[in-house]
Design a protein. Sequence first.
Lengths: 113, 113
Amino acid sequence: DAMVIQNPRYQVTQFGKPVTLSCSQTLNHNVMYWYQQKSSQAPKLLFHYYDKDFNNEADTPDNFQSRRPNTSFCFLDIRSPGLGDAAMYLCATSRGGGTGELFFGEGSRLTVL
Amino acid sequence: GENVEQHPSTLSVQEGDSAVIKCTYSDSASNYFPWYKQELGKRPQLIIDIRSNVGEKKDQRIAVTLNKTAKHFSLHITETQPEDSAVYFCAAILGGNNNDMRFGAGTRLTVKP
């Protein structure tokens, strides 16, 4: 049974056209993460939520925003996608407290035309 | 700056040989060190992890060792098989924010039959 579900799996957008990616979890985990992964690279942490507390990475562009309206859902908004934002976006969850495994969704692959 | 360094970036071994991948971390407060395996087009999957209160952990053909003094940890795969071919990522929780999980750059392991 899928525990971390991302939608859509594939997203094609035009340069500058806003995109929203969603993530939902059935694990009731405290922490939800968004990672960006480009081809042949490591997942790069964009931000994470511990409950409602938002933690932004210092080098995450302002173009990327996130919302977590409740425990189960988290959204990644890309306000004006550029060609360099084409990547796989991975959502992950963990129990929190620095002691737990990350559970990843299948990812959303973004293509920017 | 980079908080988790991983070496080598590529590793090719003959089936049946052992493979070792090494990571170093910068934050002495880090206390959780997972290893993820990512096959092409798939999400990262946890294969083994270690916490700072132990020096070694083994699960069948996979083992992880941790040297907290030197701030490095290693993945050991014995009796490698072609299905072990994948990209392997080490990761560490940064101590300052104990939900901030950072990944190493990854090692592409190829096991030749």
